[in-house]
Design a protein around this ligand. Structure first.
Ligand SMILES: Nc1nc2c(c(=O)[nH]1)N[C@@H](CN(C=O)c1ccc(C(=O)N[C@@H](CCC(=O)O)C(=O)O)cc1)CN2
Length: 284
């Protein structure tokens, strides 16, 4: 029987901590950190995520501007907005919500954001620094996963085998690098991996980030493994669920994150931390 790790509770503590720090800046009459979130189009899930970011900023007392643009926005229009935000000295963090409409090249947009304001940690400069184990903005979901491992005291990863299922630029690749930076022996599995079930079964830490509802069952999981579920899917009853069959896997692992209330809320807490980090780089 496992312990269920609620990222939502860890995130709440982090946000309370950030609120204290921002209250202190206010009491000292200092400038307040500012995050600008850009949403293009009307993807309902994205709208709900940016609202979550707005609410979190309000909770900690951070300045927040949400810029919503129509689906028909051109790449040039979005690039000129980013240019303006790059130059705005009151802006510490710029986040362009993904996915973008198909006619806009995500890569060009990410490359245009000033790496010093890239609180998503998606710019190639920041990804490169992560690979070199240098201080940088670390992408929020992977950073949140590491914080979960630290919170449960499972962060001495020397000699541990970590398996990441999924190779996205946002989650799979950066979490693999972060685990490697912590001395884990890391394997990345994906759709072309052979015998994926048995590779996963060797993991002391199993990170599921594939985007397939309840794909991983207890046959994939070593007894006592730590299981982190990054998936956000809908099951056959339209109920939100992860990539892991929670009820089945919780019987064999040591720790497991649920969906919802697991990794998702950590993403937003880490975004606030990255924005404060950017602020301090600028203001000292
Ligand atoms: N520019 C970015 N775009 C996207 C990112 C990102 O980090 N940067 N990540 C995801 C979406 N995302 C944040 O943007 C995100 C996803 C999920 C949650 C979350 O808290 N989920 C809740 C459930 C919420 C619900 O009820 O719908 C949970 O898991 O408990 C927060 C942020 C893609 N795009």
């Amino acid at each position: 029987m496992s312990e269920v790790v609620y990222g939502s509770e860890i995130a709440k503590d982090i946000k309370e901590n950030l609120k204290v720090k921002i209250d202190q800046l206010k009491a000292e009459g200092k400038r307040i950190p500012k995050l600008v979130v850009v949403l293009v189009g009307d993807n309902q899930a994205s709208l709900s995520y940016v609202r979550g970011k707005e609410k979190a900023c309000q909770f900690v007392g951070m300045e927040n501007e949400l810029i919503t643009l129509p689906e028909t926005t051109t790449q040039e229009e979005l690039l000129s907005l980013i240019e303006r935000l790059n130059l705005d000295t009151a802006v510490d963090g710029i986040l362009v919500q993904l996915p973008l409409p198909a006619h806009i090249k995500e890569k060009d947009i990410i490359h245009a954001i000033d790496p010093n304001k890239d609180v998503d940690g998606f710019h190639p400069c920041n990804v490169g620094k992560l690979m070199l184990n240098e201080e940088t903005f670390v992408s929020c979901t992977p950073k949140g996963i590491i914080r979960i491992l630290e919170t449960i005291g499972y962060d001495d990863l020397s000699g541990k085998r970590a398996v990441v299922v999924g190779r996205s630029n946002i989650v799979g690749k950066p979490i693999a690098q972060l685990l490697l930076n912590k001395n884990a022996t890391v394997t990345i599995c994906h759709s072309r991996t052979q015998d994926i079930e048995n590779v996963c079964k060797e993991a002391d830490i199993l990170i599921a980030a594939i985007g397939k509802a309840k794909y991983i069952n207890r046959n994939w999981v070593k007894e006592g493994a730590v299981v982190i579920d990054v998936g956000i899917n809908r099951d056959e009853n339209n109920k939100m669920c992860g990539d892991v069959d929670f009820e089945d896997v919780k019987e064999v692992c040591s720790y497991i994150t649920p969906v919802p209330k697991g990794v998702g809320p950590m993403t937003i807490a880490m975004l606030l931390e990255n924005t404060l980090q950017s602020y301090h780089k600028r203001e000292g």
